[in-house]
Design a protein around this ligand. Structure first.
Ligand code: FNR
Length: 186
């Protein structure tokens, strides 16, 4: 039997009806049995500020760092804002990376899926995020790349993927991530 792994899911959108959150839920449904998932929320994190840290770490920063630390791997599912990562997600990257030398992300395998209504599928956000993940020493799944366009047409009223082809792609992505975690988790 293959080893089990805990995956933290970080969604870059704070919106209730987020297509990225729906995509994350579908990835969970399609994932291999040896992966378990927990959403790690980012909407309550105050903007990172070293003065605030020095005065006393906010409870939500500690909660976020503990939840990332408890996971074996991190799956990012994010929209693109102005051809980059939404500010809330960049803030979560910054919060989890500190205090200096105690990054919660360090060494954990990661994968990135970006979803957008447009045709480019969040390519800019996906690669800006990858830039940060290199610095955080997270081995990032290379293939398949996941820039998913046409996001408003993907899901039915129950949040299920409508297209068999897209479902097949989502499955290949999450299977590849499971395999990647098995090969790179420390
Ligand atoms: C966007 N959106 C957007 N889409 C895109 O493909 N490229 C972009 O650069 C941007 N820029 C952008 C900036 C801001 C501030 C907002 C609010 C939105 C549109 C975005 O893809 C759309 O709102 C998605 O629905 C966001 O994903 P969720 O929230 O549905 O997961």
């Amino acid at each position: 039997m293959s080893k089990s792994y805990k995956v933290a899911i970080v969604v870059g959108s704070l919106r209730k009806e987020s297509i990225n959150r729906k995509a994350a839920q579908e990835l969970m449904r399609l994932a291999p049995d040896n992966l378990s998932f927990d959403f790690v929320e980012i909407g309550d994190l105050p903007l990172y500020d070293e003065d605030v840290e020095a005065a006393g770490t906010p409870q939500s920063w500690t909660r976020f760092r503990d939840e990332i630390s408890a996971a074996d791997a991190v799956l990012f599912v994010t929209p693109e804002y102005n051809r980059s990562v939404p500010g809330a997600l960049k803030n979560a990257i910054d919060v989890g990376s500190r205090p200096y030398g105690q990054s919660a992300y360090s060494g954990k395998p990661a994968a990135v899926m970006s979803i957008s209504p447009g045709g480019i599928g969040g390519f800019g956000a996906n690669h800006h995020l990858r830039q940060s993940l290199v610095f955080l020493d997270m081995p990032v799944l290379q293939q398949p790349e996941a820039y998913v366009g046409g996001g408003f047409e993907l899901f039915d009223d129950d949040g299920r993927l409508k297209s068999e082809g897209t479902e097949k792609f989502f499955k290949s992505f999450i299977d590849a991530f499971g395999d990647w975690i098995g090969r790179t988790a420390r």
